[in-house]
Design a protein around this ligand. Sequence first.
Ligand code: PHB
Length: 394
Amino acid sequence: MARKTITTQVAIMGAGPAGLMLSHLLYKAGIESTVIEVRSREEIAATVRAGILEHGSVNLLVDSGVSDRVLRDGDEHQGIELRFNGESHHIDFSDLVGESVYLYAQTEVFKDLAERRELDGGDVRYSCSNTQASEFAGRPVVQFTDSEGQEFELQADFLVGADGSRSHCRFQVPEADRKWYFHEYPFAWFGILTEAPKSSKELIYANSEHGFALISQRSDDVQRMYFQCDPKENVGEWDDDRIWAEFRRRVNGNGFELKEGPVIDKMVLPFRSFVHAPMRHGNLFLAGDAAHTVPPTGAKGLNLALNDVKVLFEGLDNYFKSGSTSLLDSYSDRALERVWKAQHFSYWMTTMLHHVPGADEFGRARQLGELNSVISSRHGRAYLAEAYTGWPSK
Ligand code: PHB
């Protein structure tokens, strides 16, 4: 079969929440896009990811008409519990900064966006292979093979790499034209899904002498929980009894007990901080995990991705309406400003809450001093609340 040539205004690599949200916003503004994705729609929908949406992310989904399911099926949380020394301390977001977050799994955000794009007749091609992007100095080109084996050459005015943490697009940028910032942590998260009732109304972030644990939720009868582990931990060596014993010693105590149930999924999540700068190379723009990774402790990954595409959309819309490149030119700086705030917040939450292997007694006592200074001061609690619920967008 001969290779077919197709053209569009904006080519988007990656049909995760970032790529689909951008395609949706462009569609609403009358701008054409084609989305190329190597995974199948089913595979993306079945991937377990994090679940906290800042109020700005909720507004973007609802106000742009993707779905209001987040408001009906999501859970609004007015705060979190910080637990250390066996006691929980409530950080009350609504009282401190007048905002809240929604617990709504990233897979649900994906399903809402995928359905909206389908209903609107969007050109989203899942299960593609042999993807190769080039020509960023002029009109970018993406070569790919679709799910039926047909080869294509997609030509566009701009290419957006929203193709996740193992981004193909990012690797096409020559080393001399970008900087990679990288930080590794000496631990990872062991994540489980369990069939159990909720243990708490809100999320619990626990610092214990045995390491960090996070008690999150998915529904009335399925819960999501994590505990800090070694990056090389083997999930096969952990049966339900061993997993629950680990959670109990990190979280239970002083009258609080986790509600336990069968573990239906378990995985080790890598942990790192990464930034690729600038987030633009010629007519290639990077968005979401393709450009940055944050450790999950601050619940920022999906929210940053949605903020990137909101800012990038403004640049593209302005260009196609007026011919001006000014907002495209400022995209990377505007997006990176929030990325670095989120990098700092995620790093701060991580180092404040995790047990650092090999830390001395001073390190442990200092960490408790830090936690105490946060919870005992309205300013400390308000800093956490403002960052967690999401800074106002500029
Ligand atoms: C989750 O529910 O998966 C979750 C929530 C908060 C985080 C990370 C993960 O900080």
